[in-house]
Design a protein around this ligand. Sequence first.
Ligand SMILES: [Zn+2]
Length: 345
Amino acid sequence: MQALVLEKTRQLSIREIEIHETPGPHDVRIAIHTVGICGSDVHYYEHGAIGPFVVKEPMILGHEASGTVVEVGSEVKNLKVGDRVCMEPGIPDPNSQATRLGKYNLDPAVTFWATPPIHGVIRPTVVHPANFTFRIPDNVSFAEGAMVEPLAVGMHSVNKAQVKPGDVAIVLGAGPIGMLTALAALAGGCSQIIITDVQQPKLDLAATLGPITPVNVKKQSLADVASDLTDGWGADIVFECSGNEQAAAAVFESLCPGGCVVYVGMPGAPIAYDVVAAQIKEARVEHVFRYAHVYPRALALMGSGRLDVKPLITDKFAFQESIEAFDFACNMPPASVKAQIELPQ
Ligand SMILES: [Zn+2]
Protein backbone atom coordinates (compact mmCIF):
# COMPACT_ATOMS: atom_id res chain seq x y z
CA MET A 1 0.00 0.00 0.00
CA GLN A 2 1.02 3.66 -0.45
CA ALA A 3 2.04 5.23 2.85
CA LEU A 4 3.96 8.13 4.35
CA VAL A 5 7.16 6.49 5.55
CA LEU A 6 9.80 8.00 7.83
CA GLU A 7 12.92 6.38 6.34
CA LYS A 8 15.25 7.94 8.92
CA THR A 9 15.72 11.30 10.64
CA ARG A 10 14.70 14.14 8.30
CA GLN A 11 13.81 11.81 5.44
CA LEU A 12 10.21 11.09 4.51
CA SER A 13 8.86 9.38 1.44
CA ILE A 14 5.47 8.57 0.01
CA ARG A 15 5.96 5.08 -1.27
CA GLU A 16 4.73 1.53 -1.55
CA ILE A 17 5.26 -0.50 1.61
CA GLU A 18 4.23 -4.09 2.20
CA ILE A 19 1.81 -4.46 5.10
CA HIS A 20 0.00 -7.76 5.57
CA GLU A 21 -2.76 -7.58 8.12
CA THR A 22 -5.59 -10.04 8.57
CA PRO A 23 -8.40 -9.14 10.95
CA GLY A 24 -8.77 -11.59 13.84
CA PRO A 25 -12.26 -12.42 15.18
CA HIS A 26 -12.26 -9.31 17.42
CA ASP A 27 -10.70 -6.90 14.89
CA VAL A 28 -11.96 -4.55 12.23
CA ARG A 29 -10.31 -3.18 9.11
CA ILE A 30 -10.63 0.56 8.73
CA ALA A 31 -10.18 2.67 5.59
CA ILE A 32 -8.35 5.72 6.94
CA HIS A 33 -9.91 9.09 6.13
CA THR A 34 -8.10 11.78 8.15
CA VAL A 35 -4.91 11.77 10.20
CA GLY A 36 -3.78 14.68 12.37
CA ILE A 37 -0.11 15.55 12.63
CA CYS A 38 1.01 15.38 16.24
CA GLY A 39 4.03 16.96 17.92
CA SER A 40 5.38 13.45 18.41
CA ASP A 41 5.22 12.69 14.67
CA VAL A 42 7.13 15.89 13.99
CA HIS A 43 9.65 15.06 16.69
CA TYR A 44 10.37 11.64 15.17
CA TYR A 45 10.77 13.31 11.77
CA GLU A 46 13.20 15.93 13.08
CA HIS A 47 15.11 13.91 15.69
CA GLY A 48 14.45 10.22 14.98
CA ALA A 49 13.70 9.48 18.63
CA ILE A 50 11.65 10.42 21.69
CA GLY A 51 13.35 9.32 24.89
CA PRO A 52 13.89 5.57 24.71
CA PHE A 53 11.90 5.19 21.46
CA VAL A 54 14.32 5.30 18.54
CA VAL A 55 13.42 4.96 14.85
CA LYS A 56 15.71 2.17 13.64
CA GLU A 57 13.76 1.01 10.60
CA PRO A 58 11.43 2.78 8.17
CA MET A 59 8.18 3.56 9.98
CA ILE A 60 4.79 4.90 8.83
CA LEU A 61 3.88 8.05 10.79
CA GLY A 62 0.54 9.21 12.21
CA HIS A 63 -1.68 8.15 15.10
CA GLU A 64 -4.58 10.67 15.29
CA ALA A 65 -6.95 8.99 12.89
CA SER A 66 -10.52 8.53 11.77
CA GLY A 67 -12.00 6.41 9.00
CA THR A 68 -14.65 3.95 7.88
CA VAL A 69 -15.03 0.31 8.85
CA VAL A 70 -14.62 -1.86 5.73
CA GLU A 71 -14.35 -5.34 7.26
CA VAL A 72 -15.34 -6.85 10.62
CA GLY A 73 -14.08 -9.94 12.42
CA SER A 74 -16.50 -12.80 13.12
CA GLU A 75 -16.96 -11.94 16.83
CA VAL A 76 -17.32 -8.17 16.47
CA LYS A 77 -20.72 -7.04 17.75
CA ASN A 78 -20.34 -3.28 18.27
CA LEU A 79 -19.37 -2.25 14.73
CA LYS A 80 -20.45 -2.93 11.16
CA VAL A 81 -19.16 -2.18 7.69
CA GLY A 82 -19.75 1.46 6.82
CA ASP A 83 -19.49 2.80 10.39
CA ARG A 84 -17.55 6.05 10.69
CA VAL A 85 -15.02 5.63 13.49
CA CYS A 86 -11.97 6.92 15.28
CA MET A 87 -9.43 4.76 17.00
CA GLU A 88 -7.31 4.67 20.14
CA PRO A 89 -3.78 4.23 18.83
CA GLY A 90 -2.53 2.29 21.86
CA ILE A 91 -3.22 -1.41 22.19
CA PRO A 92 -2.43 -2.92 25.60
CA ASP A 93 -1.98 -6.57 26.42
CA PRO A 94 -5.52 -7.53 27.53
CA ASN A 95 -4.13 -9.89 30.16
CA SER A 96 -1.59 -7.55 31.71
CA GLN A 97 -1.85 -6.43 35.33
CA ALA A 98 -2.20 -2.78 34.23
CA THR A 99 -5.11 -3.64 31.95
CA ARG A 100 -6.81 -5.71 34.64
CA LEU A 101 -6.51 -2.74 37.00
CA GLY A 102 -8.15 -0.50 34.39
CA LYS A 103 -4.94 1.43 33.77
CA TYR A 104 -4.36 0.06 30.31
CA ASN A 105 -2.51 3.18 29.16
CA LEU A 106 0.22 2.29 31.66
CA ASP A 107 0.71 -1.27 30.42
CA PRO A 108 4.47 -1.54 29.80
CA ALA A 109 3.66 -3.84 26.87
CA VAL A 110 1.30 -1.36 25.13
CA THR A 111 1.94 -0.92 21.42
CA PHE A 112 1.17 2.53 20.03
CA TRP A 113 0.89 3.66 16.42
CA ALA A 114 3.92 5.54 15.11
CA THR A 115 5.98 4.78 18.20
CA PRO A 116 8.92 2.67 17.01
CA PRO A 117 8.80 -0.07 15.94
CA ILE A 118 4.99 0.13 15.42
CA HIS A 119 3.73 1.59 12.14
CA GLY A 120 1.38 4.55 12.18
CA VAL A 121 -1.64 5.08 9.96
CA ILE A 122 -0.92 7.62 7.22
CA ARG A 123 -1.84 4.82 4.82
CA PRO A 124 -5.03 3.52 3.18
CA THR A 125 -6.11 0.90 5.73
CA VAL A 126 -5.33 -0.52 9.14
CA VAL A 127 -6.52 -3.54 11.12
CA HIS A 128 -7.36 -2.67 14.71
CA PRO A 129 -9.13 -4.22 17.74
CA ALA A 130 -12.84 -3.39 17.68
CA ASN A 131 -12.56 -2.60 21.41
CA PHE A 132 -10.37 0.39 20.63
CA THR A 133 -12.48 1.59 17.70
CA PHE A 134 -15.32 4.04 18.41
CA ARG A 135 -18.30 5.13 16.33
CA ILE A 136 -18.37 8.85 15.47
CA PRO A 137 -21.76 10.62 15.91
CA ASP A 138 -23.43 11.53 12.58
CA ASN A 139 -22.99 15.25 13.16
CA VAL A 140 -19.24 14.93 13.82
CA SER A 141 -16.91 15.05 10.81
CA PHE A 142 -13.93 12.80 10.09
CA ALA A 143 -11.68 15.81 10.74
CA GLU A 144 -13.23 16.25 14.19
CA GLY A 145 -13.02 12.49 14.75
CA ALA A 146 -9.28 12.67 14.18
CA MET A 147 -9.11 15.30 16.96
CA VAL A 148 -10.43 12.87 19.56
CA GLU A 149 -6.92 11.47 20.14
CA PRO A 150 -5.34 14.74 21.34
CA LEU A 151 -8.64 15.72 23.01
CA ALA A 152 -8.45 12.46 24.96
CA VAL A 153 -5.28 13.72 26.63
CA GLY A 154 -7.19 16.79 27.81
CA MET A 155 -10.15 14.69 28.96
CA HIS A 156 -7.86 12.38 30.93
CA SER A 157 -6.15 15.42 32.49
CA VAL A 158 -9.51 16.82 33.57
CA ASN A 159 -10.44 13.47 35.10
CA LYS A 160 -7.15 13.43 36.99
CA ALA A 161 -7.78 16.95 38.26
CA GLN A 162 -11.23 15.92 39.56
CA VAL A 163 -12.75 19.17 38.32
CA LYS A 164 -15.70 20.47 40.35
CA PRO A 165 -18.38 22.79 38.97
CA GLY A 166 -17.15 26.36 39.07
CA ASP A 167 -13.44 25.62 39.35
CA VAL A 168 -11.03 28.15 37.87
CA ALA A 169 -8.19 26.53 35.96
CA ILE A 170 -4.93 27.76 34.51
CA VAL A 171 -3.64 26.09 31.37
CA LEU A 172 0.05 26.70 30.71
CA GLY A 173 0.70 26.52 26.96
CA ALA A 174 -1.75 27.19 24.11
CA GLY A 175 -0.60 24.44 21.76
CA PRO A 176 -3.11 21.83 20.58
CA ILE A 177 -3.00 19.93 23.89
CA GLY A 178 -3.33 23.11 25.95
CA MET A 179 -6.31 24.32 23.91
CA LEU A 180 -8.01 20.92 24.00
CA THR A 181 -7.38 20.64 27.73
CA ALA A 182 -9.00 24.05 28.17
CA LEU A 183 -12.06 22.90 26.19
CA ALA A 184 -12.24 19.66 28.17
CA ALA A 185 -11.93 21.58 31.45
CA LEU A 186 -14.79 23.89 30.49
CA ALA A 187 -16.93 20.94 29.40
CA GLY A 188 -16.05 19.26 32.70
CA GLY A 189 -17.41 22.15 34.75
CA CYS A 190 -14.71 24.81 35.03
CA SER A 191 -16.22 28.30 35.16
CA GLN A 192 -13.25 29.92 33.49
CA ILE A 193 -9.78 29.27 32.20
CA ILE A 194 -6.66 31.37 32.13
CA ILE A 195 -4.40 30.23 29.30
CA THR A 196 -0.78 31.28 28.76
CA ASP A 197 1.56 31.31 25.80
CA VAL A 198 4.09 33.54 24.09
CA GLN A 199 2.44 33.39 20.64
CA GLN A 200 -0.25 36.07 20.46
CA PRO A 201 -2.23 34.56 17.54
CA LYS A 202 -2.72 31.32 19.53
CA LEU A 203 -3.93 33.31 22.54
CA ASP A 204 -6.29 35.33 20.33
CA LEU A 205 -7.79 32.10 19.02
CA ALA A 206 -8.03 30.61 22.52
CA ALA A 207 -9.97 33.66 23.70
CA THR A 208 -12.71 32.91 21.14
CA LEU A 209 -13.30 29.38 22.44
CA GLY A 210 -15.21 30.20 25.62
CA PRO A 211 -14.68 31.94 28.97
CA ILE A 212 -10.92 31.88 28.45
CA THR A 213 -8.59 34.70 29.51
CA PRO A 214 -5.40 34.76 27.46
CA VAL A 215 -2.12 35.78 29.08
CA ASN A 216 0.91 36.52 26.96
CA VAL A 217 3.67 35.81 29.46
CA LYS A 218 6.10 37.88 27.40
CA LYS A 219 4.07 40.98 28.28
CA GLN A 220 1.91 40.11 31.27
CA SER A 221 2.35 38.44 34.64
CA LEU A 222 0.31 35.27 35.03
CA ALA A 223 0.46 35.67 38.82
CA ASP A 224 -1.15 39.12 38.58
CA VAL A 225 -3.93 38.02 36.21
CA ALA A 226 -4.67 34.89 38.25
CA SER A 227 -4.71 36.88 41.48
CA ASP A 228 -7.07 39.48 40.01
CA LEU A 229 -9.48 36.86 38.66
CA THR A 230 -9.60 34.87 41.91
CA ASP A 231 -9.54 37.70 44.48
CA GLY A 232 -6.02 36.71 45.46
CA TRP A 233 -6.95 33.10 46.26
CA GLY A 234 -5.37 31.38 43.24
CA ALA A 235 -6.64 28.90 40.67
CA ASP A 236 -8.13 25.58 41.73
CA ILE A 237 -6.21 23.70 39.05
CA VAL A 238 -3.07 24.27 37.01
CA PHE A 239 -2.66 22.15 33.87
CA GLU A 240 0.98 22.28 32.79
CA CYS A 241 0.71 21.72 29.02
CA SER A 242 3.77 23.63 27.81
CA GLY A 243 6.60 21.28 28.70
CA ASN A 244 8.53 24.52 29.09
CA GLU A 245 11.12 24.42 31.83
CA GLN A 246 10.38 27.91 33.18
CA ALA A 247 6.61 27.56 33.06
CA ALA A 248 6.73 24.13 34.63
CA ALA A 249 8.99 25.37 37.45
CA ALA A 250 6.40 27.97 38.53
CA VAL A 251 3.30 25.74 38.60
CA PHE A 252 2.58 26.31 42.29
CA GLU A 253 2.80 30.10 42.19
CA SER A 254 -0.78 30.81 41.09
CA LEU A 255 -2.35 27.68 42.58
CA CYS A 256 -4.85 28.07 45.42
CA PRO A 257 -4.23 26.40 48.77
CA GLY A 258 -5.21 22.75 48.44
CA GLY A 259 -5.31 23.02 44.64
CA CYS A 260 -4.24 20.49 42.05
CA VAL A 261 -1.44 20.59 39.49
CA VAL A 262 -1.57 18.22 36.52
CA TYR A 263 1.59 17.68 34.52
CA VAL A 264 0.53 17.10 30.92
CA GLY A 265 3.37 18.50 28.79
CA MET A 266 6.59 16.55 28.41
CA PRO A 267 9.71 18.60 29.13
CA GLY A 268 12.74 17.59 27.07
CA ALA A 269 14.87 17.16 30.20
CA PRO A 270 14.38 16.95 33.97
CA ILE A 271 12.99 20.19 35.41
CA ALA A 272 13.01 21.97 38.77
CA TYR A 273 10.33 21.04 41.31
CA ASP A 274 9.74 23.37 44.26
CA VAL A 275 8.79 20.98 47.06
CA VAL A 276 8.28 23.70 49.66
CA ALA A 277 6.03 25.74 47.37
CA ALA A 278 3.92 22.61 46.89
CA GLN A 279 3.96 21.78 50.61
CA ILE A 280 2.84 25.21 51.77
CA LYS A 281 -0.31 24.77 49.69
CA GLU A 282 -0.62 21.03 50.25
CA ALA A 283 -0.88 20.81 46.49
CA ARG A 284 -2.17 17.62 44.96
CA VAL A 285 0.02 16.72 41.99
CA GLU A 286 -1.06 14.45 39.15
CA HIS A 287 0.60 13.22 35.99
CA VAL A 288 -0.93 11.96 32.79
CA PHE A 289 0.42 9.54 30.24
CA ARG A 290 -1.85 9.41 27.20
CA TYR A 291 -5.37 8.43 28.42
CA ALA A 292 -7.76 5.63 29.24
CA HIS A 293 -11.55 5.22 29.05
CA VAL A 294 -12.26 8.67 27.61
CA TYR A 295 -12.96 8.23 23.87
CA PRO A 296 -16.71 7.58 24.26
CA ARG A 297 -17.08 10.62 26.52
CA ALA A 298 -15.10 12.86 24.18
CA LEU A 299 -17.28 11.76 21.25
CA ALA A 300 -20.45 12.25 23.31
CA LEU A 301 -19.42 15.83 24.15
CA MET A 302 -18.66 16.55 20.50
CA GLY A 303 -21.90 14.97 19.33
CA SER A 304 -24.01 16.94 21.80
CA GLY A 305 -22.41 20.22 20.71
CA ARG A 306 -20.96 20.86 24.17
CA LEU A 307 -17.40 20.74 22.88
CA ASP A 308 -16.35 22.11 19.49
CA VAL A 309 -12.86 21.32 18.18
CA LYS A 310 -13.46 22.73 14.68
CA PRO A 311 -11.75 26.12 15.31
CA LEU A 312 -8.55 24.26 16.15
CA ILE A 313 -8.34 22.41 12.82
CA THR A 314 -6.44 25.13 10.97
CA ASP A 315 -4.62 23.40 8.10
CA LYS A 316 -5.53 20.60 5.68
CA PHE A 317 -3.28 18.69 3.29
CA ALA A 318 -3.97 15.93 0.78
CA PHE A 319 -2.11 12.63 1.18
CA GLN A 320 0.08 13.46 -1.82
CA GLU A 321 1.16 16.63 0.02
CA SER A 322 2.13 14.72 3.17
CA ILE A 323 5.80 15.66 3.05
CA GLU A 324 4.92 19.36 2.62
CA ALA A 325 2.49 18.92 5.51
CA PHE A 326 5.28 17.70 7.77
CA ASP A 327 7.65 20.47 6.71
CA PHE A 328 4.80 22.90 7.44
CA ALA A 329 4.26 21.32 10.86
CA CYS A 330 7.99 21.62 11.67
CA ASN A 331 7.76 25.40 11.26
CA MET A 332 4.13 25.90 12.21
CA PRO A 333 3.00 29.52 11.80
CA PRO A 334 1.80 30.94 15.13
CA ALA A 335 -1.83 31.11 13.94
CA SER A 336 -1.93 27.39 13.15
CA VAL A 337 -2.92 24.79 15.73
CA LYS A 338 -3.63 21.44 14.08
CA ALA A 339 -2.68 20.29 10.60
CA GLN A 340 -4.37 17.21 9.18
CA ILE A 341 -3.81 14.94 6.20
CA GLU A 342 -6.72 13.55 4.21
CA LEU A 343 -6.32 10.17 2.55
CA PRO A 344 -7.84 9.57 -0.89
CA GLN A 345 -11.25 7.89 -0.54
ZN1 LIG B 1 -1.04 12.88 19.27
